[in-house]
Design a protein around this ligand. Structure first.
Ligand code: ADP
Ligand code: ZN
Length: 709
């Protein structure tokens, strides 16, 4: 069965291997057992019930909480050739009946339904006509009051199951791992002697960064400006902040939209659609945005303000990189935000115990922003996973991208000015005095007579305030609570004033601009957008970013090599193969192989200048350090094939990776010989000239080892 499952994975989804966790869940379901799988967002829960649905005899009923998501999910399935449909309140009675009729006739393998449907007896009687072999409950934590989005209608699932003539297999899926929630899922969904799987919460393709006390707008401009085309989400704490940031970015010419609860339903829907279809690539939003979003190619999530707790942070940040490609989660920490969150707790929560609880959770969030340890480790420990990684090599603490600038003198000037102003003023007044501004207030207060007046005249007010913010974030200074916070010196400032200690400011290194000219990737992306518009489906349903990147890298020239690209299954080869192959062919003809290589080198070089460590570099380094492929795959929760790909990529980029274990010794010479005969331009003729058992991976490894491509 499992072998069949793998074949389906390949045929329909175009993936060569299951991800960590998926295989076990699928195996258990196929043995007919009830199953509960706890997997983080982006881990690939859907495939865990979709593939069994294909292998089981009748229909799988998927209970899914969001109507807005349902259509997208079904479109995605239909697009890869899996017959599926949905039933929710957006359909009329007639259409509902028609879909049920077709399901009874065996036309669908999956039916998605909203839980509210289950509250209607009528719907139950309709269901009786269908042979249901499995009920898959998505977002199963909605059944629990302990979860963060309780849905009363989830409580109708159990009575429905009890009414069915034959009890189907029940599988439940969630990303929430607390014991209360797990217990509720098992009990309230009446799972029978279930197998429970908890997959690690680590998301290796996400990098984590905390930026403390830097000017946030400057950061955004620098970050987005380095590659304006990337898709990203910026979360901010309030509607007003969302409006301001969005306007600011639009004013700088970026393609940004906004989303918050103060907009009309229509406005929100339009923005969401524009984002799904890549018509806008940056969304600025409050935490109202995201529940209905399953967009897989989000490359970064920036938190402009501190979230209220780690749960909220990890869920929102987790919306980056669902497609498994390297993506960034960045939190911009400002001390002011802590005060705002405290204020919100005070205002919105009545019970003193819950208040204390919320303050504690907030403190964990603040600690995350200050820990000198690995951020990933901090997160995983927070979620109860011990002893996973010591240093992940892919967070801002493991892999420092900042430059240290000595600002001891400036700090001393700021501290003594605050002291002389009797620690009774906010940052803007302090900055005015240091700068030597001649405002009325400065004179009225007699600050122009202080010895610190004008001693930082060479800086702008903004620069001085940025420095003060950084000193607050690093706890040399503290902000008082209240509407007009004042700045006070902290103990940490004293040795600095005495000249015993130095102060360094961390500055983000300037990102190098990505050069996007007429690359193949851009052409593929343009074609993807055309198809998306023509077929009215989001671009990522046509192909994921990672798939386009593979096409760009390997230049497939025929159906078979096209099928070898990650994310290309048979249905998509048929639908889109000709068009994409034509674009690739044109490109090769126009630029020739050498031009192409030159361009790739250029891109690789710019990528290297960004000091960010990419996933394949981490893999390669682990391998060089002596770990086996199996160990790396287990630790990073990636498949062996991915690890092999990483090593080849690492080697190509000049890392000291020994590829010999990818090359069966008895074929190495033969592969070389064939390459000599048929050339190294295309993989397929090489593969064809070799015995069947020689895999593409071996050929790629040989080409790489001898630097032939
Ligand atoms: P979740 O529901 O757990 O958040 P999804 O089911 O939406 O995650 O899957 C996230 C992404 O990962 C999707 O783009 C999916 O196609 C991809 N994916 C799932 N399984 C695999 C796999 N075995 N190999 C490669 N990609 C996968
Ligand atoms: Zn780390």
């Amino acid at each position: 069965m499992l072998e069949q499952a793998r074949q389906l994975l390949n045929r329909y989804y175009g993936y060569s291997d299951f991800r960590g966790g998926q295989e076990k869940v699928i195996e258990t379901i196929l043995q007919g057992k009830d199953t509960c799988a706890v997997m983080p967002t982006g881990a690939g829960k859907s495939i865990c019930y979709q593939i069994p649905a294909l292998l089981l005899s009748g229909v799988t009923l998927v209970i899914s909480p969001l109507i807005s998501l349902m259509k997208d999910q079904v479109d995605g399935l239909v697009n890869i050739g899996i017959p599926a449909t949905f039933i929710n309140s957006s359909l009329g009675i007639r259409e509902t009946r028609e879909r049920i009729r077709r399901a009874a006739a065996g036309e669908f393998k999956l039916i998605y339904a909203a839980p509210e449907r289950l509250e209607s007896d009528h719907f139950w009687s309709l269901l009786a006509a269908i042979s249901i072999s499995m009920i898959a409950v998505d977002e199963a934590h909605c059944v629990s009051q302990w979860g963060h989005d309780f849905r009363p209608s989830y409580r109708s699932i159990a009575p429905m199951i009890a009414q069915l003539p034959n009890r189907p297999i029940i599988s439940a899926f969630t990303a929430t791992a607390t014991d209360e929630v797990k217990g509720d899922i098992v009990n309230l969904l009446t799972l029978k002697d279930p197998k429970i799987f908890v997959t690690g919460f680590n998301r290796p393709n996400l990098s984590f960064t905390v930026v403390r006390g830097e000017n946030k707008r400057d950061f955004l401009l620098n970050y987005i400006g380095a590659d304006p085309e990337r898709v990203g989400i910026i979360y901010a704490a309030t509607r007003k902040e969302v409006e301001n940031i969005c306007e600011f970015l639009q004013g700088k010419g970026y393609n940004a939209g906004k989303y918050h609860a103060g907009l009309t339903d229509q406005e929100r829907k339009d923005t969401q659609d524009a984002f799904l279809f890549d018509n806008i690539n940056i969304i600025v939003a409050t935490n109202a945005f995201g529940m209905g979003i399953d967009k897989s190619n989000v490359r970064y999530v920036i938190h402009y303000n501190l979230p209220k707790n780690m749960e909220a942070y990890y869920q929102e940040a987790g919306r980056a990189g669902r497609d498994g490609e390297a993506s960034e989660c960045i939190l911009l920490f400002g001390a002011q935000d802590v005060l705002i969150q405290k204020y919100l707790i005070e205002q919105t929560i009545r019970s003193p115990e819950r208040q204390t609880q919320q303050y504690k959770m907030l403190q964990s969030m603040v600690d995350y922003c200050h820990t000198p340890r690995c951020l990933r480790r901090y997160i995983l420990e927070y979620f109860g996973e011990e002893g996973t990684v010591e240093y992940c090599g892919n967070c801002s603490n493991c892999n420092d991208e900042t430059e240290l600038v000595d600002i001891t003198i400036e700090a001393q000037k700021i501290f003594s000015c605050i002291y002389r102003m009797q620690q009774r003023w906010g940052s803007s007044m302090v900055a005015q005095v240091l700068r030597g501004s001649s405002t009325k207030k400065v004179f009225d207060m007699g600050f122009n007579r202080l010895s610190t007046y004008g001693i930082m005249a060479e800086y702008t007010i903004k620069a001085i305030r940025d420095m003060i913010n950084m000193l607050i974030a690093d706890e040399y200074l503290a902000l008082s609570e209240g509407k007009y916070p004042i700045i006070q010196l902290q103990e940490k400032a004293i040795p600095v004033l005495r000249g015993d200690e130095q102060v360094f400011q961390r500055m983000q290194k300037k990102k190098t601009k990505v050069i996007r000219e007429d690359t193949l990737f851009e052409r593929l992306r343009t074609l993807r957008k055309e198809i998306s518009t023509r077929e009215n489906i989001p671009p990522y349903h046509v192909f994921a970013d990672g798939t386009l990147r593979e096409m760009d890298e390997y230049c497939p020239v025929d159906g078979e090599s096209f099928l070898a690209m990650k994310g290309v299954g048979e249905a998509k080869l048929q639908r889109y193969g000709t068009e994409f192959l034509a674009v690739i062919q044109d490109y090769i003809v126009e630029y020739g192989n050498s031009a192409r290589k030159k361009e790739l080198n250029l891109v690789a070089k710019t990528a290297k200048q960004e000091t960010k460590k990419r996933s394949h570099v981490i893999t390669s380094e682990m391998f060089i350090a002596g770990k086996t492929l199996q160990e790396i795959a287990a630790e990073r929760e990636l498949t062996i094939t991915t690890i092999q790909d990483h090593l080849i990529k690492g080697k190509k980029e000049g890392l000291n990776v020994n590829l010999d274990h990818l090359i069966p010794e008895e074929y190495e010479y033969l592969i070389l010989k064939v390459v000599q005969e048929v050339g190294s331009e295309r993989l397929k003729p090489i593969k064809e000239a070799l015995p069947d058992e020689v895999e593409y991976m071996a050929i790629k490894a040989v080409l790489c080892k001898y630097d032939l491509k």
